[in-house]
Write a protein that binds this ligand. Structure first.
Ligand SMILES: [Zn+2]
Ligand SMILES: [Zn+2]
Length: 256
């Protein structure tokens, strides 16, 4: 009996969603979730490499390849370059590479920008923030802790009740900012997601809330969730700015 229970438990353990495994691809060693369904929504798929026979010249500087000038593939975009144009090895956490990998100039720039998200904003999101949450158009709101789950797939909302929003089910996100005129704090400026300039760090406008539309699993209609900064407005603004950056990564990935 006991033995059987242990076996059952072991079976369950191996199916834990947070398990990771090492896989080797032509581009390098990657640490990926054991179950493909548990990929972080921020992750990108490895590109298909441009076939060798289709690239006789460097796609950046047009140098012709030969025995001396060898071709290299950029691990992020899969295009073909000479050593000079593809020499940088840069960390690429979105493709789960363990070590920095070879990237072209354009891609290494993009990857370097994303490092800030992984170094800073992602930690802020995982740490969570305190917000007043309102579901739908109800009058009732509740102070809740809002944080990104460890596998990056959900927003966990914890207060007297608990619910979660799956990031991949969010159809629109708006960051609300404080009204500009004093005394009119109820008036918010709505910023649409693609408008990335608005919420620049150190800018004059400060994020004070977020409006989400998402479709819960199995539901017909979109649900609305509004969160507004609770007591610590500075921490809330930081969390919202991190969420804004996360949304940019998610939407860019969807558009490609
Ligand atoms: Zn080149
Ligand atoms: Zn590239």
């Amino acid at each position: 009996m006991w033995q059987k229970e242990k076996q059952l438990l072991a079976g369950k353990m191996s199916a834990l969603p947070d398990g990771k495994k090492l896989v080797r691809s032509p581009s390098g060693l990657r640490m990926v979730p054991e179950n493909g369904a548990f990929h972080s929504p921020f992750s990108l798929n490895e590109p298909q490499w441009v076939p060798d026979k289709e690239c006789a010249r460097c796609m950046q500087c047009d140098t012709k390849f030969d025995f001396i000038r060898r071709k290299h593939h950029c691990r992020r975009c899969g295009r073909c370059f000479c050593d000079k144009c593809c020499s940088k090895k840069v960390a690429l956490p979105r493709m789960c590479f363990v070590d920095p990998v070879r990237q072209c100039a354009q891609c290494s720039l993009a990857s370097q920008k994303e490092m800030e998200f992984y170094d800073k904003q992602l930690k802020v999101l995982l740490g969570g923030g305190s917000f007043v949450a309102t579901l739908g158009t109800s009058e009732k709101s509740e102070t809740m802790m809002c944080r990104l789950s460890n596998n990056h797939r959900y927003l966990f909302m914890d207060g007297e009740s608990h619910f979660e929003v799956e990031l991949s089910r969010i159809s629109s996100m708006q960051i609300l900012t404080d009204g500009s005129s004093p005394g009119e704090s109820d008036i918010h400026t709505y910023t649409s997601l693609p408008d990335t300039q608005y919420l620049s760090e150190g800018g004059t406008s400060r994020a004070s809330g977020m409006l989400l539309h998402y479709k819960p699993m199995g539901a017909q209609d979109a649900q609305q969730l509004k969160v507004e900064a609770a007591d610590d407005r500075k921490a809330a603004a930081l969390w919202l700015a991190a969420m804004h950056k996360a949304a940019k990564l998610l939407y860019e990935a969807r558009d490609h």
